[in-house]
Design a protein around this ligand. Structure first.
Ligand code: CMP
Length: 144
């Protein structure tokens, strides 16, 4: 299995529930390392650009409004097969379909307020990581 990096966003609903630490712990307990992280308030322009791929979808405006409704915690996760592993730990996009023990099952209230975002492919992970982080802000475990 290759060592990969992937982008995680802890969304405003989870930040409001005060579970940043609990969510990060789940990543660590499942073999992923947090190799970069920051707490920030997205601007409308940033949220629209980040989710540009969904611009034509009916939920785009609600998605952007939600993502700027409060601060988020963005991080880079690193580990074996990190993209897929993160998606397994998060659970299905719609919490009604999320498996027991996943982040979305435990913390998400709806498909909009679904606690976390994670990159869906290695290619998108690279793009999404570069959207939020400079190279010198990421300290890979492989370099230590
Ligand atoms: P996320 O992984 O951040 O990617 C896009 C987000 O759009 C998704 O999580 C959901 O929070 C939100 N969303 C709202 N409605 C839908 C939908 N019908 N299908 C996919 N994503 C949706």
């Amino acid at each position: 299995m290759p060592i990969q990096q992937t982008l995680s966003i802890i969304k405003p609903d989870a930040v409001k529930q005060n579970v940043i630490g609990e969510i990060l712990t789940r990543f660590e307990k499942n073999g992923l390392s947090i190799v970069a992280g920051k707490y920030l308030f997205l601007t409308k322009e940033q949220a629209e650009k980040f989710y540009d791929i969904h611009r034509e979808r009916p939920f785009f405006t609600d998605l952007v409004d939600f993502m700027i409704s409060g601060p988020v915690f963005v991080s880079v996760l690193e580990g074996e097969d990190a993209v897929l592993k993160n998606r397994e730990i998060m659970g299905a996009t719609d919490p009604k379909e999320a498996a027991d023990g996943t982040i979305r099952k435990d913390f998400a209230k709806s498909i909009d307020a679904n606690a976390v975002h994670g990159s869906d492919s290695h290619e998108n992970a690279i793009k999404e990581i570069m959207f939020f982080f400079r190279e010198d802000e990421i300290i890979s475990k492989l370099e230590l």
